[in-house]
Design a protein around this ligand. Structure first.
Ligand code: UDP
Length: 376
């Protein structure tokens, strides 16, 4: 009789753990997901009208510096080399993002060299700020007020629904600032797009005789007695029936449209002005420049506070949420035989590669401990 394991959520977190356990041949793993598809918010399918691979929950570009994570994902799919180059529409025109030498030179109408640009931005920056605590302080210290107002203030207010003075500096630290012409959105060593989409990868990870997947069904924490361990990638507060209140998230709504040809000439364009109601437009066919499509399908992206009926995307993590999180973490730590994993399970703003890396580390650690107790 194999050891029974329950996993809530068939996204990357749950799938990676399920597979590693399954391969030992000592476990039978039951993966539950409330939705009618696997892969969580990384879900991709080919669009019915155009045949283009669409990222249903917003743009996902795989990037990592961890070689083991890069090798892991390639075990399941071919990845095509891809560099994310985002453009930003601002009140002053269209520019390249992240802020780089082209952005600086075009925005300020200059011809600065890297060293000149660095000292120019330093002069604009607010040097009174020592250790930036908030998003706004981080922006003012490293970019100065003109770039902050044009590129970050409006977008961030729309994206998070609060003033950037209420947000942590860590959100802005996700984006590099460069004094050269490198316009790659990410700083990571490896970057690519899976040729058959992310859902295919998760499908292959879960395709193992020791793994059962049940869609449109929920793993109830009360059924814990049926399993020797649960890995929970659903919302952490949901596990405890929200008994202390709800951790807040931002959700996204997408307005899909199809037209002929090329709508915007780039996969992602951000709209940084506060009065434009959406944050960005994704034109999915540009994620696969190796494919040819006559038509194009785009998603206009709107951010909103996540209500109970909505899909949670970004953990809001404001002061109240972090206080509530602390209490839930205490409950979680005293819960035997349950491990909380992934973006929702740990209430953190995590990218795919981080989730995969953490899940690999966690399950190997778990197996190591189990092995040491395993009868020889
Ligand atoms: N951001 C911004 N303007 C932009 C792009 C990003 O103000 O044009 C801010 C915004 O607050 C966003 C954060 O930087 O939430 C991180 O951006 P990233 O592109 O990493 O967000 P994601 O793609 O994960 O939504």
């Amino acid at each position: 009789m194999k050891t029974q394991i329950g996993i809530a959520g068939a996204g990357f977190a749950g799938a990676v753990i399920a597979r590693e356990l399954a391969e030992t041949n000592r476990y039978e793993i039951h993966v539950y997901d409330e939705r009618d598809h696997i892969a969580g918010n990384c879900h991709t399918t080919r669009d019915d009208d155009t045949g283009i691979m669409v990222h249903h929950y917003g743009p996902h570009i795989f990037n990592t510096s961890r070689q083991d994570v890069w090798e892991y994902v390639q075990r399941w799919s071919q990845f095509m080399p891809f560099t994310n180059r985002v453009k930003a529409v601002t009140a002053a025109g269209v520019f390249s993002l992240p802020v780089n030498l082209l952005t600086i030179n075009q925005f300020f109408q200059k011809k600065l060299t890297p060293l000149e640009a660095e000292s120019f931005i330093k002069e604009l920056a607010d040097n009174k700020i020592q250790e930036p605590q908030t998003f706004e302080e981080q922006a003012l210290k490293f970019l100065g007020s003109a770039l902050y107002k044009n590129f970050f203030y409006g977008y961030t207010k729309k994206q998070w629904g609060v003033e950037p003075t209420e947000l942590p500096a860590s959100i802005l630290k996700r984006l590099p600032v460069r004094f050269n012409y490198d316009d790659n959105y990410y700083n990571q060593k490896y970057q690519g797009i899976p040729v058959e989409g992310y859902t295919k990868i998760v499908e292959r990870i879960l395709d193992h005789p020791n793994i059962n997947v049940k869609l449109k069904s929920r793993l109830n924490p009360d059924d814990k007695k049926n399993f020797s361990h649960i890995f929970w990638s659903g919302p952490m507060d949901g596990y405890f029936q929200y008994k202390l209140g709800r951790l807040r998230y931002r959700t996204l709504k997408f307005e899909r449209f199809v037209q002929d040809g090329d709508f915007q000439g780039n996969p992602v364009i951000n709209y940084c002005e506060e009065h434009v109601p959406y944050t960005r437009i994704t034109e999915h066919k540009h994620f696969a420049p190796w494919e040819t499509h006559e038509k194009t399908v785009c998603f206009k992206e709107y951010s909103a506070l996540c209500e109970e009926k909505d899909t949670p995307y970004y953990p809001l993590r404001l002061k109240n949420d972090l206080e509530l999180l602390k209490q839930y973490v205490e409950l979680a730590q005293s819960e035997n035989n349950t491990t909380f994993i992934g973006r929702l399970g740990t209430y953190r703003y995590l990218d795919m590669h981080v989730v995969i890396g953490e899940s690999l580390d966690l399950v190997r650690n778990y197996l190591g401990k189990e092995n040491s107790q395993w009868p020889r």
